[in-house]
Design a protein around this ligand. Structure first.
Ligand code: ZN
Length: 464
């Protein structure tokens, strides 16, 4: 080999050696790049090791700064599989929130069964208080509904309500096939989306508006869909179903043919006392007190007052609003050209009713007494909202002979009164017909009862 050749060989060898050293150094440098990048993002050595060991380096580096993930590693390192929940970049962390607060809320979402995508949607779109409300009230399965509603600009409160519905109803709303005003009160009452759609499709707008004002009626959607359904007979359908006198598939025809009717002289008035309860609204103007619903023995209305002398026969008080309404009706009877109607018997205490009833039982026996007198606690007179009407020339017991009797029947509702025990409704009210006994319920309720020919017992099945 020539001298020139030896030199060339040496240069070549040195080049190869240098290249090998450089390559190795470069290789080692490259290999540590993730460690350096993770360190730059704030992960310590131990955390970096865990991240690399789990092949998460690229993903973690791509996410960028994530105080949440660092916090998660510090506190929950064994759950590194759940990185999806925690790898939220700092730029996406809601302002003013700490990693710990986020960690807690995401853990809650995770425990409740939300996916990482859903958790992201929640954390990115809602404040934490709302998320906790959603967690308390929305099932994970209904989250899509909730987020769809949020997306369509419903308030959080309304979205929570819509999350109780279904996608069909949501689509009807979005396509403006139904208004939210026709959905919201129904969902609030507890109707399901299926029921709302059934009712809305089956009813005329006026009838739908009417049932929107009622309370939740579990049987309603089924009944409304049936042939020959009549709104005015709804309470009787319900009574027949709930007392098991008729089957669901037959109840419409059964009631429409008056099979529920029992003539007054065939009613077992004592047997109508059953399942005694105190209604929640016992002090309200529309409280239904009958043979099923009683007042507490110690209930005394707080606003009882005497009627002025010109409006009464005896001196029993009435509740303030009822007393005023009666005076107006009494004035109305005079304006209409009749003898002034007067209040003859109004408020009676529990004890007073007890002594009356006991006396009637002593005279007539229980069965007969129960046809015309209420057992203590069951008397409407204890509400302070009742007046038995007479005139100065006519005792209340003969009130149907009063020259203005028809006027009273046709106009009492304008003053907020209803005749409480009408003729022909004995099988519903549980009392013999009383021409004289009028009950204050307020103008609005009285008008509904008048227009639909409903007793308070019937009205109470539909309204609170
Ligand atoms: Zn009475």
């Amino acid at each position: 080999m020539s001298k020139k050749g030896k030199i060339t060989l040496i240069i070549l060898l040195v080049t190869i050696i240098l290249a090998a050293i450089g390559g190795t150094a470069y290789y080692l440098y490259q290999k540590d790049a993730p460690k350096r990048e993770l360190a730059a993002l704030g992960y310590n050595e131990q955390q970096t090791t865990v991240i690399i060991k789990n092949n998460l380096a690229d993903e973690v580096i791509n996410a960028g700064q994530s105080s949440l993930f660092i916090y998660a590693l510090e506190n929950n390192i064994s759950n590194i599989d759940c990185k999806d929940y925690y790898l939220l970049p700092d730029k996406d962390i809601p302002e003013g929130k700490t990693a710990k607060e986020l960690f807690d809320v995401i853990n809650k979402l995770k425990e409740s069964g939300y996916t990482s995508e859903e958790a992201y949607v929640m954390v990115n779109n809602l404040d934490f208080e709302t998320i906790y409300t959603v967690l308390r009230t929305v099932q994970p399965a209904d989250l899509e509904l909730f987020t769809t509603a949020i997306y369509h600009d419903y308030s959080v409160e309304d979205s929570l309500l819509l999350a109780q519905g279904n996608m069909e109803l949501m689509n009807m709303l979005n396509e403006e096939k139904i208004t939210f005003e026709n959905v919201k009160p129904m969902l609030t009452k507890g109707y399901s989306a299926e029921e709302i759609i059934q009712l809305y499709n089956a009813m005329e707008p006026d009838d739908y508006a009417f049932i929107k004002s009622m309370k939740y009626i579990p049987e309603l959607a089924l009944l409304v869909g049936m042939d020959n359904f009549e709104m005015d007979k709804l309470p009787r359908y319900l009574m027949s179903l709930r007392s098991n006198r008729a089957e669901l598939n037959d109840v419409i025809n059964w009631v429409n043919n008056d099979n529920d009717y029992i003539p007054a002289d065939e009613i077992d008035y004592s047997a109508m006392y059953h399942d005694e309860e105190i209604p929640e609204n016992y002090a309200s103007y529309t409280a239904c007190i009958n043979k099923q619903y009683a007042l507490p023995a110690d209930y005394v209305p707080s606003d009882l007052e005497q009627l002025p002398a010109g409006y009464r026969v005896l001196s029993h008080p009435m509740r303030h609003v009822a007393a005023n309404a009666f005076m107006n009706m009494s004035d109305g009877s005079v304006v209409a050209g009749y003898e002034r109607i007067l209040a003859q018997s109004n408020y009676r205490s529990y004890e007073h009713q007890k002594s009356l009833y006991d006396e009637y039982v002593f005279q007539d026996g229980v069965a007969l007494a129960d046809t015309y007198s209420a057992r203590p606690g069951h008397s409407e007179h204890q509400t302070g909202l009742v007046t038995d009407i007479g005139t100065s020339s006519l005792d209340m017991l003969y009130f149907e002979n009063y020259s203005g009797y028809e006027w009273v029947l046709e106009n009492a509702h304008r003053y907020g009164f209803i005749q409480r025990y009408p003729e022909g409704k004995e099988y519903i009210t549980g009392y013999e017909y009383e021409s004289w006994h009028f009950r204050y319920v307020g103008v609005e309720s009285a008008t509904v009862m008048y227009e639909h020919d409903w007793t308070l017992d019937e009205y109470s099945l539909l309204f609170d």
